[in-house]
Design a protein around this ligand. Structure first.
Ligand SMILES: [Zn+2]
Length: 834
């Protein structure tokens, strides 16, 4: 049986192009058994001297060994006895002719130099614009950037043990995978050498190092050292962000049934890290954005603890068990995303868990609606990086939740244990997971996987409910209304009726285009809940009386049911409904429901809604208060200034005062300008206040803020205010050549994330003059996210493009020809009329 070769669903052309070519993992003649990478860093010059000694076992007797190595200055390729080996090198691949025989071991030693690598290794340090920036050097390799810093076959399934030996100036420290075998100082050279060894095999993209003037904090889980590294002076902040790591290791070890599998677990908070976190085996690199002070903790913990749990879960799902090739990336990312949510369920309870999954689903729905629809597993993609999206992360997490519900908790955890035990230290594809389920449960889950993993989309239900008082029949008409390219779904759906005398639940297999279901109920239901636990990934529109929604708003024990009820009530839009929602917002015990209702009141924009929102400014949870302030921004009314002004000094939050800046700006009242300007000097977690103050000024002054925005977009400002400035330049600078030039220059900024943000902004400008620059961004050695942002920008400039970028040139030609034909036709018509 091979599901993988018979994909059921195709991604739409916006994802993979009009005639996508299937991607297959490369074959290899050799299996890597051990890699030793020795690096000597010259940080001021941004050069690396490297020696990479790799042992291979020949698999098929073929003599050609191909190693990827991008832009290396190769010094030599030899064997361990020093004999030079024959090779060719074309700036990206070293092809070595070996005397291989099947099962024979060979070792190859490659000496090389790197000059400021474009990817793979990142040098961070002070300059005249950022004099306080600490010196750090760190690596990042997923998906295919390892060959920018060491020669490797670079296949996720080519697992081996590794050693990383790094020589750095003697005031710095180098950390890497596994155990520190030795550190030694060379007093004469003023250097220190750190020698790390990883004794369990892992994939090339998980090999890593990080260098800095680190503070090292030690904790442990059982006998496993748990270590935190951060810039000196931030020890308290990193403990606040990641201090729950031992509890998380304990939770995952117990639940998965396979103890944390490695010799240590370290987290390095890296300055200017280009991702949230990266699960390098035993030594995760985390963004230092997660570090925060006491005041930020209540709002920052959602980010830092979520990140911590996600990357830790990867040590099992990703590192111990690795997707065989990138088309099965969900086996890494959906699992890490779902296990993060599972830890939150354990730590913070069911409401927070359900709300996290709800947000995951919403995040997937918006990608599905605005960008493309694709199966979670597909080999129709252009770059592995394209799979790093909300289908792989968020949608996959919901599918795992559905699977857990389908199996029941006891079997689910048995399956997970079986899957991990059976596949540890191996590379897997989706079939291995399906087999692990079948092994334990005897259940054939192929249909489930065909529907949710190998096909695209989700059910879109419409439900019409009616009650016959005479016969006491509750009637439900349910239909599936997804577009024709998405097949009908088959799912067991629960229908729960609540009457004065209690609750009754029925379960039905819903799989047809339309189904009519009738139930005898003792008296008219007060509440009808469909899929009451909100397990199924779906869109649903239910037509039932307003009174039932109002009852549900207060009485549904499930937070998502209350949120959905609020959404339906808001559609009625009168003062009465605003009052009902306002009361519910003030009384609900969960902040997520409060925040969602606040947003709805903001959309209702009537006087009652405003009154309740002003009362809501004293809600306890900072995220709820922030939502209230944002909702008040929708009114754009100077009347609210006096009410929100005191929250600029909210002592328990940074995000609330930040949001106040934006809402003040939206009032367009000139009197708020000095207030917002004064907030530009406030220090805060993530520079959130300064960033949103930039936003506030942009809202306040519109096109008149361009010079201000240009100034804040410049290199030398903090990153987040720069993002805010760039975003607003695109909104208020349309048609302006100076704004176009500013954004174009920013696509070559030193910071990857600024480049991405500038490419996004060029798309928003919708100015054809940006096209040549955007095309260049797609070509070179660049972060895949920059390429994707540039492609998305081109699609925004040419909104009629319904294909991928590879075929867009042809589309432009066709369009121009058509336009020319139209013009010729019109001209001919005009001359005929004369
Ligand atoms: Zn991840």
């Amino acid at each position: 049986m091979c599901l993988y070769s018979s994909f059921l669903g195709l991604p739409d052309p916006r994802f993979a192009g009009l005639s996508p070519k299937p991607q297959y993992a490369e074959s290899r003649n050799f299996k890597t058994t051990h890699v030793k990478i020795e690096l000597d860093l010259d940080i001021p010059k941004k050069t690396v001297s490297g020696v990479c000694t790799t042992s291979f076992k020949s698999m098929n007797g073929k003599s050609s060994l191909i190693l990827k190595a991008h832009h290396f200055k190769l010094l030599y390729v030899k064997d361990t006895k020093g004999k030079l080996l024959k090779y060719t090198y074309d700036d990206s691949k070293i092809e070595i002719t070996t005397d291989a025989e099947a099962d024979k071991e060979i070792t190859v030693v490659i000496g090389y130099k790197l000059q400021d690598p474009k990817l793979g290794i990142y040098f961070v340090g002070p300059d005249k614009h950022y004099p306080d920036k600490p010196v750090q050097v760190w690596s990042h390799s997923e998906s295919e950037d390892a060959p920018y810093w060491f020669p490797t076959q670079d296949l996720p399934n080519d697992k081996s043990t590794t050693e990383v030996v790094v020589t750095v100036p003697n005031n710095l420290m180098a950390v890497s995978n596994g155990t520190l075998l030795k550190s030694s100082e060379n007093k004469k050279e003023k250097t220190k050498t750190f020698h790390w060894k990883m004794s369990k095999p892992h994939s090339p993209y998980l090999v890593s190092f990080a260098v800095g003037d680190f503070e090292e904090l030690k904790d442990k889980w059982k006998n496993v050292p748990v270590i935190y590294y951060c810039q000196k002076g931030r020890g308290d902040d990193i403990k606040r962000a990641f201090g729950k790591t031992p509890q998380m290791i304990d939770f995952f070890s117990n639940k998965i049934g396979v103890s944390y599998p490695y010799e240590k677990y370290a987290q390095v908070a890296a300055v200017d890290f280009i991702f949230g976190g990266m699960e390098h085996t035993t030594v995760t690199t985390q963004t230092d954005d997660a570090l925060h002070d006491e005041r930020a903790h209540e709002e920052a913990k959602y980010f830092s603890e979520g990140l911590c749990a996600h990357e830790l879960a990867h040590q099992w799902f990703g590192d111990l068990i690795t997707c065989k090739d990138w088309s099965h990336l969900w086996l890494n990312e959906s699992f890490a995303t779902y296990f993060d949510a599972l830890y939150m369920e354990h730590e913070r309870g069911n409401d927070e868990f359900l709300y996290e999954l709800f947000q995951n689903a919403e995040s997937y729905f918006s990608e599905d609606k605005e960008k493309y629809r694709r199966p979670i597993v597909t080999n129709l993609f252009r770059r592995p990086n394209d799979l790093v999206d909300r289908h792989t992360y968020q949608k996959g997490s919901i599918i795992l939740h559905m699977l857990r519900n389908a199996l029941g908790d006891k079997l689910w955890w048995k399956v997970i244990k079986n899957y991990v035990q059976k596949n540890q230290d191996k590379a897997v594809e989706t079939l291995d997971f399906i087999e692990a389920i079948e092994d334990v449960t005897g259940m054939n889950m192929k249909k489930f996987f065909d529907q949710w993993i190998f096909s695209a989309g989700h059910p879109e239900y419409k439900v019409l409910y009616s009650w016959d008082a005479k016969t006491k029949d509750a009637c439900i008409h349910i239909s599936q209304n997804q577009t024709s390219d998405t097949p009908l779904f088959s799912a067991n759906v629960k229908f729960e009726f609540t009457t004065r005398s209690g609750t009754k639940t029925f379960e039905e297999l819903v799989e047809q285009k339309e189904q009519i279901l009738t139930y005898k109920i003792d008296s008219e239901p007060l509440m009808l809940r469909i899929d009451p636990d909100n397990v199924i990934l779906k869109r649903i529109e239910t037509v039932k009386p307003l009174a039932m929604w109002i009852f549900q708003l207060v009485n549904d024990p499930n937070v998502i049911g209350r949120i959905m009820a609020a959404g339906e009530i808001a559609k009625y839009g009168t003062l009465k409904e605003s009052e009902i929602l306002g009361e519910a917002m003030l009384k609900d015990k969960f902040w997520g429901v409060q925040a969602e209702i606040a947003a709805l009141l903001g959309q209702m924009k009537n006087t009652t809604a405003m009154e309740y929102l002003i009362k809501g400014l004293s809600l306890k949870h900072p995220a709820a208060r922030k939502a209230v302030v944002a909702a008040l921004g929708e009114f754009k009314d100077p009347k609210i200034i006096k009410d929100i002004k005191p929250l600029l000094d909210d002592k328990n939050s940074y995000l609330v005062p930040a949001e106040v800046c934006r809402t003040l700006g939206k009032t367009k009242d000139p009197s708020v300008e000095p207030l917002i300007m004064s907030m530009l000097t406030r220090a805060s977690w993530l520079d959130a206040i300064r960033a949103v103050a930039v936003d506030g000024i942009a809202h306040l002054k519109g096109a008149e803020s361009i010079e201000f925005l240009k100034k804040y977009s410049e290199y030398g400002n903090e990153e987040r205010p720069r993002f805010a400035a760039i975003r607003n330049l695109a909104i208020y600078g349309k048609g302006r050549k100076d704004v176009l030039d500013t954004l174009v220059a920013l696509t070559e900024d030193k910071y990857t994330l600024v480049q991405i943000s500038a490419a996004d902004a060029l798309g928003e400008l919708r100015d054809e003059r940006a096209i040549p620059v955007l095309e260049n961004l797609i070509k070179d050695d660049r972060d895949g996210r920059i390429k994707r942002a540039a492609e998305d920008a081109i699609k925004k400039i040419y909104p009629w493009l319904d294909t991928d970028i590879d075929s867009y040139r042809a589309s432009i030609e066709v369009r121009r020809e058509l336009e020319q034909k139209d013009k010729d036709l019109a001209a001919a018509k005009r001359s005929a009329e004369k």
